[in-house]
Design a protein around this ligand. Structure first.
Ligand SMILES: [Zn+2]
Length: 624
């Protein structure tokens, strides 16, 4: 779709506003280049495409009118791919997934930091490294934090997916957080993530233009090799394959379990995902628990005082490194003040009575931050991070009683449209607003028309055109992806989503409590309210005991307890528990195979399963 004169004018203004003649990032993103894949197409064993930068095409220096010039610049940087030397002994593979794999050479092999999302991309990254640096064995793994783009590919870098006895190092509580983030609201987050990352959009100037933080997540097979060494405190030291490492714990920053670390002998600093070349998210648009911007800033300050002066390079698991001690101090200081500024200014305004929506319009970064490329909002934005800080402290309610009990969207839409004189009258005025470039208002108004009557194709098309212009204008890649995906779905273009990734590898590591908690959030409460019984569980290979109780529409579970009046007592090995409760095997079959024992009324378990309400992986977003 073509760019309107208003969007074109917006893009020209961006060029005037920002220091495009500062080329340092391009120098840094290409510094130390050693090799690249001729063809970035990476396939799974079944031929499915896991990774391919090809569809982005050539990225000319001159931005196309359909992409915000600042985002275009970031996308060109994100799409630089290959193997790079960070300092002698430390190498990075960038551009083969949304995240970076870092390789640190030890006495006998190589330490892998953050093995990407998928086993296929991780294996390709390691092979690229070995093609230049020789066939060194992997002698240790380090996960910087509990997000899947930092551990999912681990099985791809060890022989036959088996780490043997190599150390696997992670921050304390890594495993718990690695699985729990996908358990509670995982289905909703996955659906919304297709909007955020633009995974259903074509790549290129009229579609997905990276996600700001990197190209996009790969879609291969996931693994989770559990850590064998926990980092529990700042100052903890390890020697891995002869390489000395000093750790800094940073819980509650970008991830609930995260750590930075320093290589004193190499004078190199790994900042995990706590300092990257963009404003990161206080809350992601796909949905997440709100992060603590104040704590984040505090840990960055601590990183500076602990490590910066003793570092000649700082690198992270996204984007390119920063070289030079003075540059590192300046870079980390600005990253620190970026999060502190948003936190403090939001609190200042909210204590004067302004709401999140208002504050988001009031706060601008000071010039020293706004003119630094790495503080720009390609992934997080000032607007949605401000609302996240508000949410963290005050929640969803802005205090205005008119907003305490609003109509839900469909009911409100029907009545708004009626009050505004009917759909045709609204669309006539909205077309005029569209022609004047007032897209934000058109989106707000025409969304009501679509929610009042989703069969109104004229309204859907106008809203789709509006979202398209808004998407083209965004500096923030995730906003762009939301607008353009919304436009695509309004036009009824149904694109098959990426094939479901095998989450069973992750599920194998969830605790028994987490298994039952995951079942509990699928229970249809009203139907369940007719039942009341308890089931005793014994995990036969670990000896754990759990009581599962259905009462008042709630399926609750308690560890270390059995009830004397339970209607059923089951003993089952850990590996079969999950398969059993999700219905992939039956209790009868397990008993017949001698894998489980069951005493009492086996239909109780059937009852629980009959009450489960599966999540909807393709729920409507831009339509009612
Ligand atoms: Zn990441």
């Amino acid at each position: 779709m073509s760019v309107s004169e208003h969007t074109a004018a917006h893009q020209r203004a961006v060029v005037m506003d920002l220091p495009f003649d500062d080329e340092q990032d391009f120098l840094d993103a290409q510094r130390g280049f050693l090799a690249a894949l001729d063809d970035t197409l990476i396939e799974a064993t079944d031929g499915r495409v896991v990774w391919d930068l090809g569809p982005y095409g050539e990225m000319s220096e001159e931005p196309p009118a359909t992409v915000n010039p600042s985002l275009w610049r970031q996308a060109r940087l994100d799409l630089i791919h290959g193997l790079f030397e960070v300092v002698p002994g430390i190498y990075q593979v960038r551009g083969l997934d949304i995240s970076n794999m870092t390789l640190v050479e030890g006495d006998t092999g190589v330490i892998v930091i953050d093995p990407l999302v998928s086993c296929e991309t991780a294996a390709a990254a390691l092979a690229l490294y070995r093609s230049v640096r020789g066939d060194r064995p992997v002698t240790a793994l380090i996960y910087t934090h509990s997000h899947i783009d930092h551990f999912g590919g681990a099985a791809g870098v060890v022989p036959d997916g088996d780490p043997g006895d190599i150390p696997i190092v992670a921050p304390a509580q890594f495993l718990e957080h690695a699985v729990s983030e996908n358990l509670q609201a995982g289905a909703a987050m996955s659906r919304r993530a297709t909007y955020m990352y633009g995974t259903l959009l074509p790549r290129g100037p009229e579609g997905q233009m990276t996600c700001g933080l990197g190209p996009l997540p790969s879609v291969g097979s996931l693994s989770l090799l559990p850590p064998t060494i926990d980092i529990t405190h700042t100052g903890q030291e390890l020697v891995l394959d002869g390489v000395r490492i000093v750790f800094q714990m940073t819980p509650g920053t970008e991830a609930p379990a995260e750590m930075n670390f320093h290589f004193p002998d190499l004078r190199a600093l790994c900042m995990a995902e706590n300092a990257t070349h963009n404003l990161h998210n206080v809350v992601t648009l796909r949905g997440a628990l709100v992060r603590d911007a104040h704590a984040w800033a505090g840990f960055l300050d601590e990183s500076i005082s602990l490590f910066a002066e003793a570092s000649v390079v700082s690198f992270a698991s996204h984007h390119w490194p920063t070289w030079g001690t003075a540059n590192i101090v300046e870079y980390l200081s600005k990253q620190r003040d970026l999060y502190a500024y948003l936190n403090d200014q939001t609190l200042r305004y909210l204590n004067r009575g302004f709401t999140g929506v208002e504050i988001a319009e009031m706060i601008e970064l000071p010039p020293s931050l706004a003119s630094s490329w790495h503080c720009r909002g390609y992934y997080g934005s000032v607007s949605h991070n401000v609302k996240a800080v508000y949410q963290r402290y005050l929640g969803w309610f802005d205090g205005n009683p008119a907003h305490l009990w609003p109509h839900p969207p469909e009911a409100a839409a029907v009545r708004y449209v009626e009050y505004m004189g009917g759909a045709d009258a609204v669309l006539e005025r909205a077309e005029a607003s569209f022609a004047s470039g007032d897209y934000r208002w058109v989106a707000e108004v025409v969304n009501h028309v679509v929610f009042a009557d989703p069969s109104n194709m004229a309204a859907r098309e106008l809203l789709a055109r509006t979202y398209t212009q808004m998407g083209y204008a965004q500096e923030n890649a995730t906003w762009r992806n939301f607008f353009l995906t919304g436009a695509q779905e309004l036009r009824g273009i149904d694109v098959a989503g990426p094939a479901g990734q095998n989450a069973l590898a992750l599920m194998a590591h969830i605790s028994v409590t987490q298994v039952f908690d995951a079942v509990a959030i699928r229970i249809d409460g009203m139907r369940a309210a007719e039942h009341r019984f308890a089931i005793n569980w014994t995990i036969s290979d670990t000896g754990e005991r759990h009581l599962l109780r259905l009462e008042n529409g709630v399926l609750s579970n308690v560890a270390d307890r059995h009830a004397p009046d339970a209607v059923l007592s089951v003993a089952v090995p850990r590996a079969q528990l999950l398969l059993l409760v999700v219905g992939m095997v039956t209790l009868d079959a397990l008993v017949e195979q001698g894998l489980a024992t069951a005493e009492g009324d086996r239909t109780a378990l059937d009852t629980v399963r009959s009450l489960l309400d599966p999540p909807d992986p393709k729920f409507a977003i831009v339509l009612p």
